[in-house]
Design a protein around this ligand. Structure first.
Ligand SMILES: Nc1nc2c(ncn2[C@@H]2O[C@H](COP(=O)(O)OP(=O)(O)OP(=O)(O)O)[C@@H](O)[C@H]2O)c(=O)[nH]1
Length: 146
């Protein structure tokens, strides 16, 4: 629930397709938000993030909401990607960043809440813009009819 609005999320997982870098454009078309996840114990997964960010913006448009997650934060002893690196990358692209653990349920709900909120805020912004346009159109027409 967000401000008394019930929200239903439809979440698509790429299920390993991304390894071959052959994500179908249907993953991007119509999507309102993206959750980019790397593994803090796997440097390559972090390095691939930049490629995916660019792919998302190219195929889904610059206006789309993206969050970055550094997952497996429960495996601190195996960490190879410092938290600051994730923060810096996210900051460069202006996206929210969290370290998460899917295993221990750390920050998962919070991350999805933040993404959902961003999407809803953008949507209400668009509706507001449309309202403004249609109101002024009506006004113009009323004006001309007189
Ligand atoms: N310790 C730990 N292990 C995790 C965490 N999240 C996932 N795993 C483990 O990491 C492995 C890979 O998880 P997946 O969810 O299959 O990862 P994926 O990148 O979605 O894999 P694909 O679906 O093949 O793309 C599994 O053995 C999970 O149990 C986490 O937060 N902490």
């Amino acid at each position: 629930m967000f401000n008394d609005t019930r929200v239903k999320l439809q979440i698509w997982d790429t299920a390993g397709q991304e390894q071959f870098h052959t994500l179908s454009t249907s993953y991007f078309r119509g999507a309102q938000g993206f959750v980019l996840v790397y593994d803090i114990t796997n440097l390559k997964s972090f390095q691939s993030i930049t490629i995916w960010i660019n792919d998302i913006y190219e195929k889904a448009g610059d206006e789309v909401d993206v969050i970055l997650l550094g997952n497996k934060c429960d495996k601190e002893s195996e960490r190879v990607v410092p938290k600051q690196k994730g923060e810096k990358l996210a900051w460069e692209y202006g996206m929210p960043f969290f370290e998460t653990s899917a295993k221990e349920n750390v920050n998962i709900e919070h991350a999805f809440s933040v993404l959902t909120k961003e999407i809803l805020e953008k949507k209400s912004g668009v509706l507001h813009d449309l309202d403004v346009v249609s109101l002024s159109e009506t006004k113009k027409r009323t004006c001309c009819a007189f």
